[in-house]
Design a protein around this ligand. Structure first.
Ligand SMILES: Nc1ncnc2c1ncn2[C@@H]1O[C@H](COP(=O)(O)OP(=O)(O)OP(=O)(O)O)[C@@H](O)[C@H]1O
Length: 245
């Protein structure tokens, strides 16, 4: 259930790489207890969007528009400062160090002071959420499977006490059962209040857990709505394999 004012918002966010515009005038509000799915084909601008929210880009991106966290503008704030303020981005398990053990990953996270009102998960809770990580706590990041690396990246983001979690394609390369488990774990965190923006190619898996969906086509939001948008022909045709030839 969503409550209160938006935790994170963006208004008219556009991203250009040189002369080409990868994202056009994107606006969105994220509330407590809400999970929003961002769907779209390859190259639709999904990663560009979440990266812009977190302050990252893979090249020389020019980002315009307004981005705010708890009502304060962060549009011109550096990515590491956005992270410290509570904007956690997890991109395809890339946030894992190959030569650092699972337990030492957790020790590396700077945990905000207890008086700071943020979403908190302890290391013990992490091991309850991800029993696999508990079994592999002494393994190095490089020794983990793709799914375990995703779990570790997500665990580290959670330990940092995020105000909002941005997940870029967590299902990539994972077996369907692991995807279901991972998304259900994320859903439980959302139900405890954490707002989550989930970029997913796997629309079927995403639609089972999200509250709201945004569909991007060539950098533009072309559809936004509740789970009922699963019935929209644009989603049925392109993402749920129900295209009629
Ligand atoms: N560093 C860059 N320089 C130039 N163009 C870029 C750069 N990064 C992305 N683009 C372009 O921006 C557009 C959106 O890319 P983006 O990675 O956001 O898409 P996506 O929806 O996440 O795709 P996918 O599902 O394949 O990951 C694409 O046309 C892509 O080629």
């Amino acid at each position: 259930m969503t409550t209160g004012a938006a935790v994170m918002s963006c208004r008219d966010v556009s991203v250009r790489y040189g002369a080409s515009v990868a994202l056009h005038d994107m606006s969105l509000d994220m509330h407590r207890g809400e999970m929003i799915g961002v769907l779209g084909a390859n190259g639709a601008g999904k990663s560009t969007f979440v990266n812009a929210l977190a302050g990252w880009s893979r090249g020389a991106a020019a980002v315009s528009g307004e981005i705010s966290l708890l009502g304060r503008s962060i549009a011109r704030v550096k990515p590491h400062v956005r992270f410290r303020s509570g904007v956690a981005l997890v991109s395809e398990g890339k946030n894992v160090f190959g030569r650092v053990s699972v337990s030492d990953h957790f020790r590396l996270i700077r945990i905000p002071a207890p008086e700071d009102t943020r979403f908190r998960v302890t290391a013990d809770e992490i091991f309850e959420l991800f029993p696999r990580l508990a079994e592999r706590r002494s393994h190095l990041g490089g020794q983990l499977s793709g799914g375990e690396r995703q779990m570790l990246a997500l665990a580290c983001a959670l330990l940092s006490c995020p105000r909002v979690l941005l997940l870029d394609e967590p299902s990539i390369g994972l077996a369907p059962m692991i995807v279901t488990e991972l998304l259900q774990t994320v859903r439980r965190l959302v139900d405890r209040g954490l707002p989550v923006l989930l970029v997913e190619q796997n629309a079927e898996a995403a639609l089972k857990v999200v509250d709201r969906v945004v569909l991007l086509e060539t950098g533009r939001k072309v559809l936004e709505g509740g789970r009922e948008v699963a019935g929209d022909s644009r989603i049925q045709d392109a993402y749920l394999g129900k295209r009629k030839e």
